[in-house]
Design a protein around this ligand. Structure first.
Ligand code: FPP
Length: 251
């Protein structure tokens, strides 16, 4: 499957990256700083997500990937896990029509088999309803871990070898990439992590091989269009080399 050609809309002085991926971190600390329960931080996090999707539409970002629940998040207290699942349900139930009206296509990456049938069918409904939309693709990473995704891809390739469909010599990076959860999407140009933490935490490890990483101190509930534009401005100052000679970010 061929990947879409990169496009780089220009807004004011910013060259807009085609694909922005965000690790939305700091909800708990945002809440703790205000003496509020962690759940309130997650609720305000959903507000920030709405604002960010709107900003992505306005700025002409083609793909926005959000890390909304990691494979490791199941180890949080049961009440918090249930809060996060509840927020996902609410987000899809309340926002799906608006997203659809705004021409947002929803895609989901992550392991679906462990999810309850109601959550699974909500995710499928969101993908189905919005499948022909072309303005922005919102990729929801849910029950997602990058090592697990790569292991799933390797398992699918191993099955093809075992079935005699391909030889081991046919395995290369391109083939593995074609068995990831959303192989038709372009790699992220820019990965942003909020809250000042400086790591990827098992997010898009394969796809971000050549992404620019921008870390912002803002806790996720305070993230807005201005913070996004600040991260994009930082991205525009980077030189991307892809292992070769310098290319200006966004070009
Ligand atoms: C990290 O904050 C954030 C998450 C684990 C989940 C992100 C979820 C949302 C923004 C809301 C839910 C949105 C959907 C669509 C389900 P943290 O709790 O790790 O913060 P901390 O590091 O300060 O404790």
């Amino acid at each position: 499957m061929s990947k879409p050609e990169p496009t780089a809309p220009v807004t004011a002085d910013l060259l807009i990256p085609q694909h922005v991926a965000i690790i939305m971190d700091g909800n708990g600390r945002w809440a703790a700083a205000r003496g509020l329960p962690r759940g309130e931080g997650h609720r305000r996090g959903v507000e920030a997500l709405r604002k960010t999707v709107r900003a992505a539409i306005e700025l002409g970002i083609g793909y926005l990937t959000i890390f909304s629940f990691s494979s490791e998040n199941w180890s949080r207290p049961a009440a918090e896990v249930s809060d996060l699942l509840g927020l996902l349900r609410l987000f899809i139930r309340n926002d799906l029509k608006d997203l659809h009206r705004s021409q947002v296509r929803v895609r989901v990456i992550g392991e679906r088999d462990d999810l309850t049938p109601d959550v699974r069918s909500l995710l499928e409904e969101a993908e189905e309803m919005t499948r022909d939309n072309r303005k922005v693709t919102l990729v929801v990473a849910f029950n997602y871990g990058s090592r697990q995704e790569i292991a799933r891809a390797a398992r699918r390739v191993a099955q093809q070898v075992a079935a005699g469909e391909i030889t081991p010599e046919a395995i290369d990076a391109d083939l593995i990439g074609r068995h990831l959860d959303a192989p038709d999407l372009p790699d992220p140009d820019l990965v942003i992590r909020t809250s000042g933490e400086l790591r990827l935490s098992n997010f898009l490890l394969w796809q971000s091989a050549y992404s620019e990483l921008v870390f912002v101190p803002t806790y996720w509930p305070d993230f807005d269009r201005a913070t996004l534009e600040g991260a994009i401005a930082e991205y525009c100052r980077r030189e991307r080399r892809f292992g070769g000679l310098a290319v200006r970010a966004g070009s």
